[in-house]
Design a protein around this ligand. Structure first.
Ligand code: UD1
Ligand code: PEP
Length: 433
């Protein structure tokens, strides 16, 4: 088991480049199943564990696929007859595997996908995805751990109101509707930038989608979609994580490729805390001098404050002066990192769906374990300012969503390395002898 070992106290400075967005590339790769003619070329693909997982899912569906991780390009030919089943081994590894369900149902009239179940941040049902498919004429059944959707002929366009603006449900319905007979209207749709990227991709393949980025999306189904060339948008969560890295160390970092319009809630909260953020070149320059001010934050669907930045902003709140409150409204159980922060001497208390923080906390380096993807990043961020050494384990979570996180931080001046458990033991023996 590997660990990231970080020694706190360095001030970060310099430039860091943001990769393509994980949460955009996964639905785009799944949607490439819709092209029954020609080849899709997807650019700016990040070299992430989740990308390898979705690649495996697509290959298992009889798609020809190659990924050049040096060039960040995936080429996909989905023109052969597709099989219809996404197996448990993939869905268990990555919930986003369910995003193949809409495209498969549209292409094959049948899809069988392992039930995703919950994960460390919540129970995460898919009822809104299935409601959408049903309204488009599909019959849904479940059994033996799988969910099946079936339709006679093409899916039919329908009016679908989502009870909650679910990102995944919007994406699955959008892709199913792209090849449906007639017009589909999704109301109370998710408005995330990744939805807009997916809609643009569908349109580039010959689809007819309008309104993505608003709460009403209108999709006129077409009979055939064709391979195209598409470039993935920058990762706003990776960008935000480096913004916190700059601020928490009192540093000065230029974050290349960050798109400010995708991050208005985060930028405004960080400015409220006293962080200086300016648009500069193709990106953002982030500077901070301590002390920072405490703030209150509530996570919400986009354009509200993103749940995927909740734990990283919590690290920043730990060093801010005064009482901060962070409330999680999107996932019911996304506070597992709080106990790990407490090992680092954080003064943070869970109260229902909120966490109260009494700052500034004198953070101390400790042994901690990542509980989910963003928690992994947040613990490393806290380690950058903690007194002494922090060792973060369970890095499989980190690798799902960050490319070379520790080497990027090291290039900005952090004292950080990634080592195997054997090396950790060897180092400890050296120190103690
Ligand atoms: C691969 C990807 O893009 N993942 C993102 C996506 O996840 P994901 O698409 O799973 O998130 P959703 O927006 O669907 O989920 C938000 C909330 O709605 C609930 N819900 C969702 C669907 C449904 O049918 N029924 C239901 O009750 C979920 O349990 C959760 O509490 O959006 C989340 C919210 O911004 C992000 O944290 C994830 O990083
Ligand atoms: C929760 C996340 O991802 P996923 O939906 O893939 O679990 C995330 O990116 O923070």
């Amino acid at each position: 088991m590997e660990k990231i070992v970080v020694k706190g106290g360095k001030v970060l400075s310099g430039k860091v480049k943001v990769e393509g967005a994980k949460n955009a590339v996964l639905p785009v790769l799944a949607a490439s199943l819709l092209a029954s003619e020609g080849k899709n070329i997807i650019k700016n693909v990040p070299n992430l564990a989740d990308v390898y997982t979705i690649d495996e899912v697509l290959k298992s569906l009889n798609v020809q696929l190659s990924f050049s991780s040096e060039e960040n390009i995936v080429e996909i030919d989905a023109s052969a007859q597709l099989s219809s089943e996404a197996q448990f081994e993939f869905v268990r590894k990555m919930r986003a595997s369910i995003l193949v369900m809409g495209p498969l149902l549209a292409r094959n009239g049948y899809a069988r996908v392992a039930m995703p179940g919950g994960c460390a941040i919540g129970s995460r049902p898919i009822d809104q995805h299935l409601k959408g498919f049903e309204l488009m004429g599909a019959e849904i059944s479940t059994g033996h751990g799988y969910v099946e959707a079936r339709t006679e002929g093409r899916l039919k366009g329908a009016k679908i109101y989502l009870d909650f603006p679910s990102v995944g449900a919007t994406e699955n319905i959008l892709t199913a509707a792209a090849l449906a007979d007639g017009t589909t209207i999704i109301e109370n749709a998710a408005k995330e930038p990744e939805i807009v990227d997916l809609a643009n991709f569908i349109n580039e393949m010959g689809g007819k989608v309008v309104g993505a980025g608003t709460d009403t999306i209108r999709i006129e189904g077409v009979e055939t979609l064709y391979g195209t060339i598409h470039s993935i948008i920058p990762d706003r969560i990776e960008a935000g994580t480096f913004m916190v890295a700059a601020a928490i160390t009192g540093g000065d970092v230029h974050i290349e490729n960050a798109v400010p319009e995708h991050m208005t809630a985060l930028i405004s909260k960080m400015v409220e805390m006293g962080v200086e953020i300016e648009e500069e070149g193709e990106g953002l320059r982030v500077r901070a001098t301590h002390p920072l001010k405490a703030v209150d934050v509530k996570t919400m669907p986009h354009p509200g404050f993103p749940t995927d930045m909740q734990s990283q902003l919590m690290s920043l709140m730990l060093v801010a002066e005064g009482a901060s409150v962070i409330t999680e409204t999107v996932f019911e159980n996304r506070f597992m990192h709080v106990e790990e922060f407490r090992r680092m001497n954080a003064n943070a208390k869970i109260d229902g769906r909120s966490v109260m923080i009494d700052g500034p906390c004198k953070l101390q380096g400790a042994e901690v374990a990542a509980t989910d993807l963003r928690a992994a990043a947040a613990l490393i961020l806290a380690g950058l300012v903690a007194e002494g050494i922090t060792r973060v384990s369970e890095l499989k979570h980190l690798d799902r969503g960050y490319v070379n996180f520790h080497t990027k931080l090291a290039a900005l001046g952090a004292d950080i390395e990634r080592i195997s458990t054997e090396e950790v033991f060897a180092k400890e023996l050296q120190v103690n002898s």
